[in-house]
Design a protein around this ligand. Structure first.
Ligand SMILES: Cc1cc2nc3c(=O)[nH]c(=O)nc-3n(C[C@H](O)[C@H](O)[C@H](O)COP(=O)(O)OP(=O)(O)OC[C@H]3O[C@@H](n4cnc5c(N)ncnc54)[C@H](O)[C@@H]3O)c2cc1C
Length: 434
């Protein structure tokens, strides 16, 4: 078990008001600590937590560096070169390659079957713990976030793909999750909204324990709850530097400084540059993705489940009255925003599933959004002490941050407060990269 490298901690600064920072702060406050959350944006969940897919995964939480990812990367680079990249699921811009080199070598080193399966199971246990906590917090604090317990369908249009995925689902089921393999008829019975593409489908893997909900709604309401509970928030404050003298940390912002017993860096992709001057290296790279949120209006046959279409590497999720459509992975640096071509790409994804409904979409009015997943080099998050006393990190959750947020926050808060974590963090320590 990890041991806290700090004296009794009474006060903590959390850098970042994304879902990871907020849930860390929540549990620190539950332990009675004084907590200040600092974020450079004007409110919570303005980074990767803003418009994510809303999928709370609890079974196949697999890292992106699956065996064969080299070919995928090569394809992504060719997509970038061809100029048609904005229409493809994967894209790497040549200009981003130099910045990806060190991270990319580590990423590829972990792309073997043994690591892939073992990290999937580690991620799964963290996500299961986490989703249990999210439900508990929502109940205790009366947070309503368009949540759904209908479960998730991972749909396939080819037999080979479906049976390969079912093998992985079976492997993780042996370690403590549930799934059902559905043929086409069973799939259509469960999700009649897919009837218009019945002929193309071969079946699906159904995860009955997967959950869904709007991450931003959750974060916004959690901030209100935490303010009542005494957590302080400082928005529009960029943290520019962090130091520790062994007893206390000094956190400098663009308009002042804070001294506290400890700091948690939960600044998503920016964590890397914030903590590098302390000699802490975080192998994280930004993987940009996109979403639109389409009002479903009076659509009679609207989908009930989270649906991941593996032929498109993208998902749709009914979150309340809105269909969240999310997908794509771009390695192209930290450029914000979303272009017209990407919006068309997302509308095209809906067309593949629900052609009639897609015709009614006016993409540019559907809250088009682009955000950067903080992707770790080995597919596991970094929830950890560092070699600097009182300095902690909670980042690198990639495409699973919403699913793993509460578990990561609670386990790290336990560690900082000197309470034996219910969930051991040794698999998520940054020591693994040394
Ligand atoms: C398209 C897409 C779809 C996704 N779908 C899912 C999904 O379905 N399920 C799932 O589990 N996960 C999903 N994810 C992943 C998930 O959204 C992220 O892993 C998660 O939001 C990361 O949260 P975070 O708090 O680490 O980062 P962020 O939300 O980016 O928060 C970091 C915060 O730090 C602040 N910050 C940065 N630098 C500084 C500084 N110097 N000073 C002060 N503040 C600073 C930023 O303003 C930001 O608010 C998806 C991501 C994307 C992009």
């Amino acid at each position: 078990m990890e041991v806290c490298r700090c004296n009794a901690v009474k006060s903590v600064i959390v850098v970042g008001a994304g879902v990871i920072g907020l849930l860390t702060a929540y549990f620190l406050r539950q332990h009675g600590l004084d907590v200040i959350v600092v974020d450079s944006e004007s409110g919570p969940a303005q980074g990767a937590s803003y418009g994510n897919g809303g999928y709370l995964q609890t079974a196949v939480t697999d890292p992106w560096n699956a065996p064969g990812v080299v070919q995928l990367f090569a394809k992504a680079w060719l997509n970038g070169l061809s100029g048609r990249g904005d229409n493809s699921a994967f894209l790497t811009r040549t200009s981003a390659l130099p910045g990806l080199l060190g991270w990319g070598l580590k990423f590829l080193k972990h792309a073997n079957l043994q690591t892939y399966l073992s990290h999937t199971v580690k991620n799964m246990h963290l996500a299961q713990y986490s989703v249990r906590l999210i439900k508990k917090i929502a109940g205790q604090e009366s947070i309503s976030f368009s949540q759904s317990d209908a479960g998730a369908l991972i749909i396939y249009k080819d037999e080979k793909g479906l049976s390969g995925y079912a093998d992985i689902a079976k492997h993780v089921a042996e370690k403590g999750s549930r799934f059902e393999l559905l043929d086409r008829d069973a799939l259509l019975q469960k999700e009649p909204s897919l009837r218009s593409i019945a002929e193309e489908l071969v079946g699906a893997v159904y995860f009955p324990d997967d959950y869904a909900g709007n991450c931003r709604e959750f974060c916004e309401q959690l901030v209100t709850v935490m303010e009542r509970q005494g957590v302080e928030f400082e928005f529009n404050r960029r943290v520019s530097g962090i130091s520790s003298n062994g007893n206390a940390v000094d956190v400098r912002t663009d308009s002042g400084r804070h001294v506290a017993d400890a700091v948690v860096v939960a600044a998503g992709n920016f964590s890397k540059q914030l903590i590098r001057p302390l000699g802490v290296k975080l192998p994280i790279a930004p993987a940009k993705g996109f979403s639109i949120s389409v009002p479903m209006g009076d659509w009679p046959d609207r989908p009930r489940h989270t649906i991941v279409d593996m032929s498109q590497h993208a998902g749709v999720n009914p979150l309340g009255d809105v269909l969240r459509v999310a997908g794509a992975a771009e390695f192209a640096g930290m450029k914000p925003g979303i272009g017209k071509a990407r919006i068309e790409y997302l509308v095209g994804l809906v067309k593949e599933l629900f052609a009639e409904f897609a015709d009614t979409i006016e993409g540019e009015t559907c809250d088009p959004w682009g955000g950067h997943r903080p992707l770790s080099a080995d597919g596991l998050p970094m929830v950890s002490a560092t070699h600097i006393d009182n300095v902690f990190v909670n980042t690198g959750h990639g495409g699973m941050g919403w699913s793993q947020s509460a578990g990561s926050g609670k386990a790290l808060a336990d560690l900082i407060a000197g309470i034996a974590p219910e969930f051991g963090l040794s698999d998520f320590s940054i020591e693994r990269f040394n």
